[in-house]
Write a protein that binds this ligand. Structure first.
Ligand code: ASP
Length: 433
């Protein structure tokens, strides 16, 4: 079947990097220049913010159709074999394992370096009021959709995932009529893939606008007050992102990690610029399928699921933040307390939506559990924007890595595509496996 998608060229990844660099440089220059207010406002809050927001909005526009259509297609081809349950179970196991490892790494470094132990932070103040945190009961209940259309309208990812998987499985058991619906959805999938390619072509410009407006406004003096916290989080994120993830790829996936990082960096730039795993889903999905060789039916299930529940980067921040705030307040957490932090931060990370800054809200859950005042979030909120960007990169990496490992173990993986440095650069969609 020939597809229109083949005639639209995917975005050149070098251009994305150039957009990122230029955006960062222009933003930093504006930050230090302190132009007269009207000009600065016109440029930063006007042109750059507008350009960036239009781009993010267009990306978000893709998320629900991409997830629904590709997931129904994927589940319909896996449903009958019962494989979908096993794939989901394997992925959930790896999500929990890697999240718990990530938090433990964070706690280890935060306690070893004693961050916040000698902090003089009384002058770092804001009007942060901890928002109410939903109970665990509500969090789990909210996974089930009472109205799938409302779930789609509100972008409730877990509800959309559950509904799509059920529809896919139902299609696979509905004989010839089900097949006709599946054919229709496969055709729609091609159209949506073309739309994704069209919008991806805007990425270099979108990334430029987002980073220019961000770096023009970042308060670097706040980072100075929180050097220890800031660099511990960034350091552990890099360690987990490169070393732990590399190890997982080699040991569990028998895959070359350098190839993964090389192919995945445009997704990282995107995740960094948007601070949103959810908005990044279409890009992650495209890369995982077309460049990393994960079969469509597995990627379409695991990437949205991972973007919603698998948050290694967020977990790292939550572990370190808990230790840091406890140190500043002079609270002794103790071994049992740290184990509680690992458990709670794993749950909190699962409950964190893939949108900017939500990790800070679910951090309240962890702090409450170990008796550390939630007001402590006031201390770190000022530097959270940059950390949010960095942890979102690690969050999305984890999703793709688990998808590769699980797909390979289930024989839904194309090694030749993974090993081919040029895979996915010509066409926007690969044939289904
Ligand atoms: N921004 C993160 C993400 O989308 C979530 C968070 O930690 O706030 O993955």
């Amino acid at each position: 079947m020939s597809t229109q998608a083949a005639s639209i060229k995917p975005v050149d990844t070098k251009k994305i990097l150039i957009g990122m660099l230029f955006g960062t440089i222009v933003g930093l220059i504006l930050n230090f220049l302190q132009l007269p207010k009207p000009i600065d406002t016109f440029l930063v809050d006007g042109i750059f913010s507008f350009g960036g927001q239009v781009f993010i909005t267009l990306m978000k526009m893709l998320v629900v159709p991409v997830v629904f259509i590709s997931l129904v297609c994927g589940a319909s081809s896996l449903g009958e074999s019962g494989k979908i349950g096993r794939i989901g179970a394997k992925a959930l196991f790896l999500y929990i394992l890697t999240t718990a490892a990530a938090i433990s790494l964070g706690i280890f470094f935060a306690t070893t370096l004693n961050i916040g132990g000698s902090a003089q932070l009384a002058h770092v103040q804001s009007n942060y009021v901890a928002p109410p945190v939903p109970s665990l009961f509500d969090t789990f209940l909210k996974m089930f959709p009472s109205n799938p259309f409302a779930a789609m309208a509100q972008g409730e990812m877990l509800q959309i995932i559950i509904f799509s998987v059920l529809v896919g499985v139902a299609i696979s058991f509905s004989g010839e009529r089900g097949q006709r619906v599946a054919d229709l959805l496969h055709n729609m999938n091609t159209v949506v893939a073309t739309l994704v390619t069209m919008i991806f072509r805007l990425t270099p410009y979108g990334v430029f606008f987002l980073l220019a407006s961000l770096f023009a406004r970042v308060g670097f003096q706040l980072i100075g007050d929180l050097l220890g916290y800031f660099f511990t989080v960034v350091g552990v994120l890099i360690l987990h992102g490169l070393v732990v993830n590399g190890f997982l790829l080699v040991v569990l996936g028998r895959l070359n990690p350098m190839m993964f990082f090389k192919k995945f960096y445009p997704v990282m730039v995107f995740a960094f610029s948007t601070s949103s795993s959810t908005a990044t889903i279409p890009v992650t999905l495209d890369t995982t399928e077309n460049k990393l060789g994960v079969a469509k039916n597995v990627a379409s299930f695991l990437i949205p699921l991972g973007a919603t529940v698998n948050m290694n980067g967020t977990a790292i921040m939550q572990g370190i933040a808990t230790v840091f705030i406890a140190h500043v307040y002079g609270i002794e957490i103790g071994i049992a307390g740290y184990l509680t932090v690992v458990l709670m931060a794993t749950i909190a990370a699962i409950g964190t939506a893939g949108i900017p800054s939500v990790g800070l809200i679910t951090l309240v859950m962890v702090l409450n559990q170990v008796g550390v005042p939630a007001d402590g979030i006031t201390l770190i909120i000022g530097v959270d924007r940059l950390l949010d960007m960095t942890r979102t990169v690690v969050n999305t990496m984890g999703d793709a890595i688990v998808a590769c490992i699980v797909a390979k173990s289930e024989d839904h993986f194309d090694q030749a595509t993974y090993d081919d440095p040029n895979a996915g650069l010509q066409l926007s969609s690969q044939p289904e496996l």
